[in-house]
Design a protein around this ligand. Sequence first.
Ligand SMILES: *Cc1c(COP(=O)(O)O)cnc(C)c1O
Length: 382
Amino acid sequence: MTLADLQALEAEHVIPSYARYPVEWVRGAGARLWDADGVEYLDFLAGISVLNVGHCHPAVVEAVRDQVGRLTHTTNLFYNEPAMRLAGRLARSSLGGKVFFCNSGTEANEAALKLVRKAKPRGTIVVLEGAFHGRTYGALSATPQESKQAPFAPLVPGFAVVAADAEAIAAVVRDDTAAVLLEPIQGETGVHQLPVELLEAARAACDRVGAALVFDEIQTGMGRTGTLWAYEQTGVVPDALTTAKALGGGLPIGALVTGPRLADVFEPGDHGSTFAGGPLVAAAANAAFDVVEDPALLERVGELGERLREGLRALPGVRDVRGAGLMVAFDIDEAPALVRRALLEQRLVLNATGPQTVRLLPPLIVGTAEIDDALRRIAVVV
Ligand SMILES: *Cc1c(COP(=O)(O)O)cnc(C)c1O
């Protein structure tokens, strides 16, 4: 089938909820993608921070091949080793409590929302301006963006929206607050790192009223910022975190990870998912985890991020280069047009999070040569 055939099928039969670029991917390896004509591209989006280990990482491919021929699905009525092993690794690498598996980021946040409500019945959940937590009704209700919410009203009640400001958070958290939910670095709205003082204020406010502090690390986790979890760089430890995107090494899996205090809030029957924590996705996730927990890789993520930001700062028209590790953005006029030209003319995959913001999320396995190559290609289109 040609690209035109795909576009015709889409026009006739695919619900038009996405705006796609006119490119069909057929193969990937590391930080490279190939289109249907065999043309090679450099991928600095990584499936929106899903391919932190790169496309078709040999260890993930091997783990999936091995598992797919033996057992793919059992339901959570039974045990499977890959899921239990992964739960242990996730909890021990972070908050030390327990894990609930699901299939995506939005589902991880749904689990977190239900958990904090059960821990503090009828409590309000505080979310921040500029947040993105997902598209299902609970997560959407936690995503205070007019364009995303308005067509789908009425939303889930019980959310309070507050400015991303330490004093505002301290003021809004009250005795009836169940939780504060936030992204340590707001990703979908343009890579805006929350100040440590804000996180500390949220921690103190939650402690004051017995509310849960929940970090959405769906985009920032799995090594993206140069530590396995972004909160490690802040000195603020949440009561729970959510992860997804890169967790499965390219396969769909999400997880809610708690600290000890929230570990036993859910009881049998409270929450569930048919697919969640299946042996196939869990095997892939264990292989991806092996890659991203490597301290040498994490250190390199920090160094390469610095190199990328420095290179971007030297380009004309580029403003406010920001981010942590390999989660990077800059502002520039007409960002979507730049991203389109980078893709179609320079064979470099980037992303625009808005009319003025370009986001870069390369696989964490890139090298300095690929960082410099991307900078050269961007320099042509800025
Ligand atoms: C991507 C993302 C989500 C939603 O994840 P899905 O897997 O698309 O449902 C939620 N929160 C953050 C911070 C994200 O980056």
